[in-house]
Design a protein around this ligand. Structure first.
Ligand SMILES: *[C@@H]1O[C@H](CO)[C@@H](O)[C@H](O)[C@H]1NC(C)=O
Ligand SMILES: *[C@@H]1O[C@H](CO)[C@@H](O)[C@H](O)[C@H]1NC(C)=O
Ligand SMILES: *[C@@H]1O[C@H](CO)[C@@H](O)[C@H](O)[C@H]1NC(C)=O
Ligand SMILES: *[C@@H]1O[C@H](CO)[C@@H](O)[C@H](O)[C@H]1NC(C)=O
Length: 348
C-alpha cells in the first residue's frame, strides 16, 4: 500500500515532541499488531493439537451453554485453539507472544499454519529452555530481515538473570519489511519480582530502540508484558520507556554496540499506543491481566501489557487499539492475560 503525498499530508497531525507525526484513521490498510501473554504450559499433558481438534464437538453450537461462574486455569491443550483464533479471526499480521514454552511455540506454529513463521529462543539457554518472547509473523504480510535476542540483565549478550530477578528475561528484536515499509519490533517480558530489573530492561530496550530508529530511519515498535502498571511506585519501566523518567545505567558493551555518531543524533521516544490512539478508536477492556479469577472478581485486574511505537521523525501512526477478552461464558480462560491489538500505519 502506497500513500500519495497529498493524502499523507492531509492525514497527518502533529502531537508530542518525540513521537513524530501521527496519522488520523484513514483506512490505510494498517498492519495489525498483537501482544499476548499466553500463560506458560503449567499443566502439561501429552494431548496433540490434532487430538484436540478431533475432540471438538462436531454438532451445531446451538445447545444452551452453561454459564459457569467458577473459573480455573485449564491446561494449554484446552486453551491453544482459543489463543490461535485470537490471532486468526481478527486477521493479525504480527504477534509478540510472551511466556511461550517450546511446546507452545510448536503448537502455535501448527495452529496458525503455513502462512506463519516465528522467531525467538528459550530465555534460559538461548536455545529451547524456558519461556520464549516469540514473535510470530504472517508471511503474506511481512518479510523478516534479521533478528536477535538480548538479555534484560547486566550481561545482555548471554543468557543471564538480573540479580534479584525471579527469572531470566530476554528481548527478541527483529527487523521486518512490509508493504508499509521497514520497521523494527522488540518483544519482551519483564520480571515479576524485581522492579529494578524492569527499569533496567526498559533502559536497555529504549537504547536498542533508539539505535534501530537512527540506523534504519524507520519506526520502531515495542510489544511486551511489563509485569507493571503505567503509574505508581511500580510504574518505572513504563515511565522510562515513555521518557517520563530517565534510563538507568546499562552494560557499557551494550551501550557501545548500540551507539551512533554525534552527527546522527536525533530525538527519539516511545509512545504508548493506547494513549496515542484517538479516544473514539480505543475499545475493549482497560485491564490486560485478569488472573484466572472467578467471573466478576476483578481484584487481580491490572494493565500490564503494552504496545509502544516511536520514530526519529518518519511518519507513522496508530488507527485503532483494542484490548480483547480471554474469558468464555463457560468459565474457560484462554490465558490469564488478554490479547492487546493495535492497527499501525506507516509512510513507506
Ligand atoms: C494433523 O492433521 C493434519 C490434517 O489432517 C495433518 O496434515 C497433520 O500432519 C497432522 N499433524 C500431526 C503432527 O500429526
Ligand atoms: C457461583 O456458583 C456457585 C455454585 O456453582 C454458587 O454457589 C455461587 O453463589 C455463584 N456465585 C455467583 C456470584 O453467582
Ligand atoms: C557487559 O555484558 C557482557 C556480556 O553480556 C559482559 O561480558 C561484560 O562484562 C558486561 N560489562 C560489564 C561492565 O558488566
Ligand atoms: C468453553 O467454551 C469454549 C468456547 O466455546 C470452548 O472452546 C471450550 O472448550 C469450553 N471449555 C469447557 C471446559 O467446556
Amino acid at each position: 500500500m502506497r500513500f500519495s503525498t497529498s493524502l499523507l499530508a492531509a492525514a497527518v497531525t502533529f502531537d508530542v515532541a518525540f513521537a513524530g507525526p501521527t496519522f488520523i484513521r484513514d483506512k490505510q490498510n494498517p498492519l495489525r499488531f498483537l501482544t499476548y501473554n499466553v500463560r506458560y504450559d503449567s499443566k502439561s499433558d501429552k494431548i496433540s493439537v490434532n487430538q484436540t481438534i478431533a475432540s471438538l464437538p462436531s454438532g451445531a453450537p446451538i445447545q444452551p451453554n452453561p454459564y459457569y461462574n467458577q473459573t480455573v486455569e485449564r491446561p494449554w491443550s484446552e486453551r491453544r485453539i482459543g489463543v490461535s483464533n485470537d490471532v486468526l479471526f481478527p486477521n493479525v499480521d504480527i504477534v509478540g507472544f510472551q511466556e511461550v514454552l517450546t511446546r507452545q511455540v510448536d503448537d502455535l506454529q501448527e495452529l496458525l499454519g503455513p502462512d506463519w513463521a516465528h522467531i525467538g529462543v528459550g530465555r534460559d539457554d538461548g536455545i529451547k529452555a524456558g519461556e520464549y518472547s516469540a514473535v510470530f509473523y504472517k508471511l503474506s504480510s511481512v518479510e523478516l530481515v534479521s533478528w536477535d535476542t538480548f538479555w534484560l540483565s547486566d550481561t545482555p549478550f548471554e543468557p543471564s538473570k538480573y540479580p534479584g530477578a525471579g527469572s531470566f528475561r530476554a528481548c527478541t528484536t527483529a527487523q521486518f519489511k512490509s508493504s508499509l515499509g521497514r520497521f523494527t519490533l522488540l518483544n519482551a517480558h519483564l520480571d515479576d519480582s524485581s522492579d529494578k530489573q524492569r527499569r533496567l530492561a526498559a533502559s536497555l530496550m529504549l537504547r536498542r530502540a533508539k539505535y534501530e530508529a537512527i540506523k534504519t530511519s524507520r519506526p520502531v515498535f515495542l510489544t511486551g508484558d511489563f509485569n507493571s502498571p503505567p503509574t505508581g511506585q511500580d510504574g518505572g519501566a513504563y515511565q522510562i520507556t515513555t521518557g517520563a523518567l530517565g534510563p538507568l545505567p546499562i552494560n557499557s558493551t551494550f551501550e557501545e554496540k548500540y551507539s551512533w555518531k554525534p552527527k546522527d543524533e536525533k530525538p527519539f521516544g516511545l509512545t504508548d499506543l493506547a494513549v496515542k490512539t484517538q479516544p473514539r478508536y480505543r475499545s475493549g477492556n482497560y485491564a490486560t491481566f485478569t488472573g484466572f479469577s472467578a467471573v466478576g472478581d476483578t481484584r487481580n485486574y491490572k494493565k500490564l501489557d503494552y504496545v509502544f511505537g516511536g520514530s526519529t521523525g518518519e511518519a507513522w501512526g496508530v488507527e485503532s487499539y483494542h484490548v480483547g477478552s480471554s474469558l468464555y461464558d463457560n468459565g474457560s480462560w484462554n490465558s490469564d492475560h488478554r490479547p492487546v491489538y493495535a492497527d499501525i500505519v506507516m509512510e513507506k
